[in-house]
Design a protein around this ligand. Sequence first.
Ligand code: SF4
Length: 339
Amino acid sequence: MLEDYFSILEKKAPARHWTCSHTSAGAPSLDGLGEEDLWPLHEAAMARWRESRGARAEPPPAAGATLLELKAALARRMLRSCRMCERRCGVDRTTGETGYCGVGAVSRVASNFLHFGEEPELVPSHTTFFSGCTFHCAYCQNWDIAMDARAGSPADPLLLADSLRDGMKQGSRNANFVGGNPDPNLHTILDTIIRLGGDGKHLPMVWNSNMYTSEEAMRLLEGVMDVYLGDFRYGNDECASRYSDVDDYFRIVSRNFIAARGQGEIMLRHLLLPGHLECCGDRIMSWAARNLPGVYFNLMFQYRPEYRAALYPEIDRRPSQQEKMGAVEAARRHGIALS
Ligand code: SF4
């Protein structure tokens, strides 16, 4: 489990983003090209990238624009009609418009530090918490930054890259992009990784997301993210709509987990909500057992009612001991080895 991740850390293989920065975009410059020009270049460059990754060859430096720069250019173009997540607001964030998440063209960072509270394989994890979120969960535990896209300070990719370098000197094992949610900040994340350059050759990148990422954004993440640290919260759309104000949840999130399986390594998190073992926990485990056999599965019991959970009496409590034991038993029944 997490073989790629550890081989990067042990310097047996470069991180994906490094090979992407050594793959040609297939054009000397990306200036003046629109999205419709850039996507075909991207697909062709990704085919070359997959080929060299498959051969496990370390590519020489690319001439002209790189695939990583091409991805960043596409992310910046997508700001003009935002489809970073599957809400697909279509707003032009470059002119000051904001969509559901409230995040502008300039991302904001609420905090950025070596985090020791993640899964043992990840810590210390250099975690960047962006402000704003594509979900509005009634029980959000980071509501002060997730619900306020103006929280924190404007993000500067140069400074963020410097901060990642400092973190590496202090022993960080990865760069972990979260929030809120990383999706509205994809352009900033890609620019930061470009600025980090070869210094990050053995620093794995972690996409720590609610997995409501758009198909286009998922395509840009391939070749950059080494680990998808993804939440799978709801086993049906009704619960997702009630507590997180989101539509078509199960189809989109399950689609993205399947895509992530082909793009990197997955660490799946399921936060057990009180009273939601049958409708959510059990269904997610059943799905994961069938579709992601052997997946890293973190069954999380730390739910506590926060933010506006009191408005929903059925989740205004912690999960009972009986529910926790029931969830562990469900995992055993589905053949899921808990991490
Ligand atoms: S990131 Fe998602 S929620 Fe935010 S503006 Fe873009 S499509 Fe809308």
